[in-house]
Design a protein around this ligand. Structure first.
Ligand code: COA
Length: 324
């Protein structure tokens, strides 16, 4: 599997920490020192999850020079679909005119994009199709309790996309070298959508009373442990060490998590890409948006190896090493 192009879409509306200082018992100093976040983007009512996913997809398609009709599959990783069904993927498929594509959503919370990318790899490996659009799109503002200072300040909205292509030529650079997937459902209570069943039964919008509930310190501990283990496993499976890695793209939840992860992996700070200062945690959209920005930041060249690693509610985790 080769990444042909990346794309992203972030809503224009910027919500700084100063906004929360007026709304809640919190300070810019607390938010920044505990999380590394300074601002996040918030979608306006017209910016649905499907709209944001579509814009990110169009950005990736434009750059790749592939026509929508060539795309054989659209996978959208999301925890915040606008409707239970149709899926966000079907809405994106229609909006971009990918008339030959199968389409479905995948839900693995913040690990969803990597789960989807790895699944795309398996489909390409089995010659199901030639091109797959893998999108992470989230409208977390729809499920954030703005009265809860322990979660409201952390999350944002946005979408990222990658267009991947089957690469069967061993002489052509660009492949997924190794991956790891995992989950531990016994930890469901440390991060979940409160009232989700009621909201699903009563509302078209997944919001309507359902909101993120989190035990921050527990999530923090599990995130570091599982991401470090998963990344080490994947590096070993690829036969690589961190010295071979051009950059690490970690899930963008908390700068302190990224720093501890970097220490455990013994990766220099400058190799770890972060943008959470500007966007906060956009769940499944974190990694594709970061990938799209890291591509420019590190001037990624064919042969460069990147390590991606995520952790999310469920709990779930995933990592992958890609050759650019
Ligand atoms: N402003 C001010 N005070 C706040 C606050 C806020 N926004 N949010 C929480 N606090 C308070 C708490 O109420 C607590 O007060 P208390 O000591 O009087 O009870 C105090 O700050 C410390 O809270 P704690 O939860 O121990 O802080 P922390 O250092 O663990 O940081 C998180 C909190 C949420 C930033 C951190 O735990 C975290 O990032 N966890 C992982 C979250 C994550 O990754 N989620 C997504 C996973 S995909």
């Amino acid at each position: 599997m080769k990444i042909l192009s990346t794309g992203k879409y972030l809503p224009e509306k910027v919500v700084t920490n100063a906004f929360f200082e007026k709304l809640l018992d919190t300070t810019d100093e607390w938010i920044f020192s505990r999380s590394g976040i300074k601002e996040r983007r918030t979608a306006s009512p017209g910016e649905t999850c499907a709209y944001m996913g579509t814009q990110a997809a169009l950005d990736a398609i434009d750059k790749a020079g592939v026509t929508p009709a060539d795309i054989g599959m659209v996978i959208v990783a999301t925890t915040t679909p606008d409707t239970v069904f149709p899926s966000v993927a079907c809405q994106v498929q229609a909006a971009i005119g990918a008339k030959n594509a199968a389409a479905f959503d995948l839900q693995a919370a913040c690990s969803g994009f990597l789960y989807s990318l790895i699944l795309a790899h398996q489909f390409l490996k089995s010659n199901t199709c030639q091109y797959i659009l893998v999108i992470g799109a989230e409208k977390l503002s729809a499920i954030t309790n703005m009265e809860d200072r322990t979660t409201a300040v952390l999350f944002g909205d946005g979408a990222g996309a990658v267009l991947v292509q089957a690469n069967n030529d061993p002489h052509v650079r660009g492949r997924l070298l190794a991956f790891d997937l995992g989950a531990d459902g016994t930890q469901e209570k440390i991060l979940f959508l409160h009232n989700a069943n009621t909201a699903r039964a009563n509302a078209v919008d997944l919001g309507g009373g359902a909101y993120i509930t989190m035990s921050g310190q527990e999530v923090f501990k599990h995130a570091i442990t599982e991401m470090a283990k998963s990344a080490q496993k994947t590096l070993a499976a690829a036969g690589l060490t961190v010295d071979d890695i051009r950059c690490v793209i970690p899930h963008q939840a908390n700068m302190r998590i990224v720093k501890v992860l970097a220490d455990r992996l013994k990766v220099p700070k400058e190799k770890c890409f972060t943008n959470l200062e500007r966007y906060g945690n956009i769940s499944a959209a974190c990694i594709p948006v970061a990938l799209s920005e890291a591509e420019k930041h590190y001037h990624l060249q064919p042969g460069d190896k990147i390590l991606m690693v995520a952790f999310g509610g469920g709990v779930t985790w995933a990592s992958a090493v890609m050759e650019w």
